[in-house]
Ligand binder design. Structure first.
Ligand code: SF4
Ligand code: SF4
Length: 506
């Protein structure tokens, strides 16, 4: 639950009203400690108050992630009504997974499967990362996790990664106490449309008070996006902000003094995001407050899209994709926004393992009449590379890239003949996969006549083993045709099917 505490005369319906900032601090701390509820401090100077209280709570090992703030000056900067901005901040705060900031779930002895993870189990979150990045790898490189894409780990050069890295997880499997993509989505939903193009200043919470003191009047709207760490923002967020008419600006001021080691560790990822952003938008990503002060006197440069609200209900990714489509970009990337898959169609047996394991449902095997196909949806792929790793035939390779031509289209990667049940004619699956099994059996010296079930659907297979289907109902000609195709490939002579009179399966 989110509770607002207002300490000055600003309108805040439903908020707890107190007489002074000191009282607001006391009340906020009480609510956090007693109820584990989130608290938004509301009033002029709220970010100063936030910084003081967060510092005190951090020293006392209390969950300061449950704190948030909003200052009426933010509404003036954004050029929108105070009510809309307040709603937006409430939505953002509600989504922050801050309650878990102190917990470490799924202890090392508990077996956590990748599948369970993909259903949303949290490996662990940590509160201390702002002072002490996690060196104990058991948090991220959880020993009980069978498989993981490692994208989060690959962007952090502290051994094993820190929980900050979790924010880049493409499917929001892992998340930060201070930020989620869905939180930003909800916040934007409350303020879009803005009326005219503006700037989104992504600012560490600890630096917002200073920022509000240093800028007052701006020509274009300025929306403040509070984050715990400015490096959690990836290409998806940056493009989504463009889509809604906001040129993104990441402000590091204040942050670098606070967490030197985190900053150093995140530098490679920051550089990767930045180079991807420049590649895609041809715009520079600004960081310093001085640069920002100059910039916001001018006109923002944005790649907005029509009616962004219709995409917002589905998340930030559709917005980012719409921008890419608009720009018509095809480029290799350093970060894992999406990928282009290359496949060796000869090697692929259409076994479907990649589609089964893909965490983003970007791959699917489809059967249509006598054809099986492996289809790929660029929009969903998060370039985790897991399909490449899992493919038993080494047929796939994943390159981090975006390609506007692939957006909104299921692209066929492989098309192959599929087989039907030799009793009832139901589609069975890709011939290549079944032939692979037949090949193994032949090499072990088995005779095809002994294995008609290989070409039967589940139902006919059961009936056949119970004796409910006689040999006369089985299409042995097709079985021998498939078997002989494999034998020829193996350099063996074809077998002659025995003469049988086949009856109708009905
Ligand atoms: S690419 Fe590999 S895992 Fe995917 S269907 Fe083909 S053979 Fe199976
Ligand atoms: S298609 Fe491959 S790289 Fe893309 S999300 Fe699925 S498993 Fe990961």
């Amino acid at each position: 639950m989110v509770k607002a505490i207002v300490f000055d005369s600003v309108e805040a319906p439903g908020a707890i009203r107190v007489g002074s900032q000191e009282e607001a601090k006391k009340k906020a701390r009480q609510i956090v400690l007693n109820n584990n509820d989130k608290v938004i401090l509301v009033g002029t100077g709220a970010w100063n108050l936030y910084s003081e209280l967060a510092r005190e709570m951090r020293i006392n090992a209390e969950n300061y992630y449950l704190l948030e703030a909003i200052d009426p000056r933010e509404a003036e900067l954004a050029g929108i009504s105070w009510g809309r901005l307040l709603l937006s901040r409430i939505a953002y705060t509600a989504r922050r997974p801050a309650e878990e900031a102190f917990s470490e779930l799924g202890g090392a002895e508990k077996r956590v499967t990748r599948r369970a993870l993909l259903r949303g189990t949290v490996i662990g979150t940590a509160m201390e990362y702002t002072e002490r990045p996690i060196e104990d790898v058991t948090l991220c490189r959880h020993p009980a996790v069978e498989k993981y894409c490692e994208e989060c780990l690959s962007v952090c050069n502290i051994s094993g990664g820190c929980p900050v890295s979790a924010a880049i997880c493409g499917i929001e499997l892992l998340y930060l106490p201070g930020y989620t993509r869905s939180g930003l989505r909800d916040a934007l939903r409350s303020i879009v449309p803005l009326g005219k193009p503006g700037y989104a200043l992504i600012v560490p919470r600890s630096s917002i008070a200073a920022l509000l003191e240093s800028i007052n009047k701006t020509k274009a709207p300025v929306v403040i996006v509070p984050v715990s760490c400015p490096y959690v923002i990836g290409l998806e967020e940056l493009l989504a902000l463009h889509a809604v008419g906001l040129q993104p600006v990441i402000i590091e001021a204040g942050w670098e003094r606070e967490v030197k080691r985190c900053r150093e560790s995140r530098a490679p990822y920051k550089d990767m995001v930045e180079s991807d952003y420049v590649k895609v938008t041809s715009l520079r990503l600004l960081h310093s407050l001085d640069e920002v002060k100059v910039l916001i006197k001018g006109e923002p440069r944005v790649y907005s899209i029509n009616n962004p609200s219709q995409y917002l209900s589905r998340g930030l990714r559709p917005l980012a994709l719409a921008v890419l489509k608009k720009l018509g970009i095809a480029a290799d990337l350093s970060t894992g926004f999406s990928s282009v898959l290359k496949i060796d169609t000869e090697k692929c047996t259409l076994c479907g393992a990649c589609a089964y394991e893909c965490p983003a449902n970007a791959l699917v095997v489809k059967e249509a009449s006598d054809v099986s196909a492996l289809l790929f949806l660029h929009d969903r792929c998060i370039a985790c590379g897991y399909c490449e790793e899992i493919c038993p035939e080494n047929a796939l390779s994943v390159s981090k890239a975006v390609n506007a031509n692939l957006i909104n289209t299921w692209t066929p990667l492989v098309l192959k003949e599929s087989l039907r049940c030799i009793v009832c004619g139901e589609p069975l699956g890709a011939a290549a996969m079944i032939e692979k099994t037949i090949e193994r059996l032949i090499l072990k010296g088995h005779h095809p006549e002994k294995m008609p079930q290989l070409l039967m659907c589940e139902s006919c297979k059961q009936k056949y083993s119970l004796g409910m289907i006689s040999d006369d109902q089985v299409d042995y000609e097709t079985l021998y045709r498939v078997v002989n195709r494999v034998r020829r490939r193996l350099g063996l002579s074809p077998l002659e099917p025995p003469r049988r009179k086949r009856q109708n399966s009905s």
